[in-house]
Design a protein around this ligand. Structure first.
Ligand SMILES: [Zn+2]
Length: 436
């Protein structure tokens, strides 16, 4: 991340990734900390010792970065815009609004609220069902419904399928024959709702601040490229969002970073985040080869070992695995073989080769996660072995691994890093700006 007045701060972090520089830095640190004998011992040490020393190298690099950032305090002193013509954000202007898909269904959604109205007309009973009818929408037991005309409530939130929405709600037909409910919300309220849903209560303010900036930035990035009826899904497809009135800590965390965004060449960046990287973050291009890749590289985190996902094991029956992987082009029946066939630059599984019913298929690591369930195969950082009539995956981390590591951000916050510096760790090369 490049901060004003700080020069190319991102370079400090990139330098440490060069093996030669790391080795030199580690040698100096080892000599200073433990003496020459210990340094020689490091040379012959295993991977875990090397990682520990590399972490020490990161701390030294961060200390240098912090020194350079000392003149910059963020917040009000940050430069204002521009953040790009496509962002829809005017420097000094009002916070933009975000259209959130709060619920979707294949056929119908119930909408309810005290004092419910539609297009300004009160609805008796305060509850209706909006359903898909042909190519359009209609009220169950009633006439057609104009897509995009909002339902509103005179008192209390509008609830869709039982979930509170933050404001008026409009319905739209979807291309897959269903319908989606969309609530439009001011972005700072949206950020508080993401924090409330994504982060457990009680996390350090610096971790919350970093997450708030990432969530705000991601939403604006999606908004800039969203031609459809909504900007973001309120689920893990984008960012989990709670429409309930956020608790004070979530609102305060959004307010503490109000308007601050990460920009890439003047535009809101694809500020991805995930639960726990397991040690190193991942290159976006390795996860989504088809998408426009963010311009931040994978970095060493080393702060998420206290996450509940630091180490996990899941065993899947060969028959169940065969059924799950069949769409990848395998034959019928249980999986008879599964092996890792390639790794990404950060050591995650890039590809596996699976065998079933006499056929073999190569499956990308992230596709394997999708087929097995993202919540079941928590990351692509795993090893797999045959285990009787089953296969056992042993892994670390949770999520795609790109961008900010939530548990790592918490680890850095506990070490005293401010939110600006935490963002600098995970998004080197991006610029922090005040958008409004
Ligand atoms: Zn991490």
């Amino acid at each position: 991340m490049v901060l004003p007045g700080a020069g190319p701060g991102g370079r400090t972090l990139r330098l440490r990734l060069r093996p030669g520089r790391v080795a030199a830095l580690l040698a100096i640190l080892a000599v200073l900390a433990m003496g020459a004998g210990a340094a020689l011992a490091w040379v012959s040490a295993g991977d875990s010792a090397a990682l520990a020393d590399e972490n020490r190298g990161l701390r030294a690099a961060l200390a240098a970065l912090n020194d350079r950032l000392g003149r910059w305090e963020g917040g009000a002193s940050a430069p204002r815009g521009p953040v790009g013509p496509d962002a829809g954000v005017a420097p000094g202007g009002v916070p933009p609004r975000i259209r959130v898909a709060v619920a979707r269904d294949g056929s119908a959604l119930a909408v309810a609220a005290p004092g419910l109205s539609y297009g300004g007309t009160a609805i008796g009973g305060g509850e209706v069902v909006v359903e898909r009818r042909g190519d359009a929408l209609a009220l169950r037991g009633g006439g057609p419904l104009a897509a995009g005309t909002p339902f509103a409530s005179a008192s209390g939130p509008v609830r869709v399928a039982g979930q509170a929405a933050p404001g008026d709600v409009a319905f739209h037909p979807t291309a897959d024959g269903g319908l989606v409910a969309v609530a439009e919300v001011e972005i700072e309220r949206y950020v508080a709702g993401v924090l409330a849903a994504e982060i457990p209560r009680g996390w350090e303010a610096a971790a919350l601040g970093a997450q708030a900036v990432a969530a705000r930035t991601y939403a604006l990035w999606r908004r800039a490229g969203a031609p459809g009826p909504f900007d973001v899904e309120g689920t893990t497809a984008d960012q989990v969002f709670s429409g309930e009135e956020p608790e004070a800590w979530a609102t305060a965390a959004a307010a503490a970073t109000r308007g601050m965004v990460l920009v890439d060449r003047g535009r809101p960046a694809a500020a991805y985040f995930h639960a726990a990287c397991g040690g190193r973050t991942e290159d976006a291009r390795a996860v989504w080869p088809d998408r426009e890749a963010p311009s931040f590289p994978p970095v060493l985190c080393g702060r998420c070992a206290r996450s509940p996902f630091a180490s996990w094991t899941v065993t899947v029956d060969a028959g169940e695995l065969g059924a799950a992987l069949a769409p990848a082009g395998l034959g019928p029946g249980p999986t008879t073989g599964l092996r890792v066939a390639g790794e990404t630059a950060t050591g995650r599984v890039a590809e596996v080769v699976a065998t079933a019913g006499g056929r073999e298929a190569r499956i990308p690591g992230n596709e394997l996660r999708r087929l097995l369930g993202y919540g079941r195969l928590r990351s692509t950082s795993f090893a797999v072995r045959a285990d009787g009539p089953a296969f056992t995956f042993s892994g670390t981390g949770a999520g795609h691994g790109v961008g900010l590591c939530q548990w790592g951000a918490r680890g850095f916050a506990r070490e005293g890093l401010e939110w600006q510096r935490i963002l600098a760790v995970y998004y080197p090369g991006l610029e922090l700006r005040r958008a409004y």
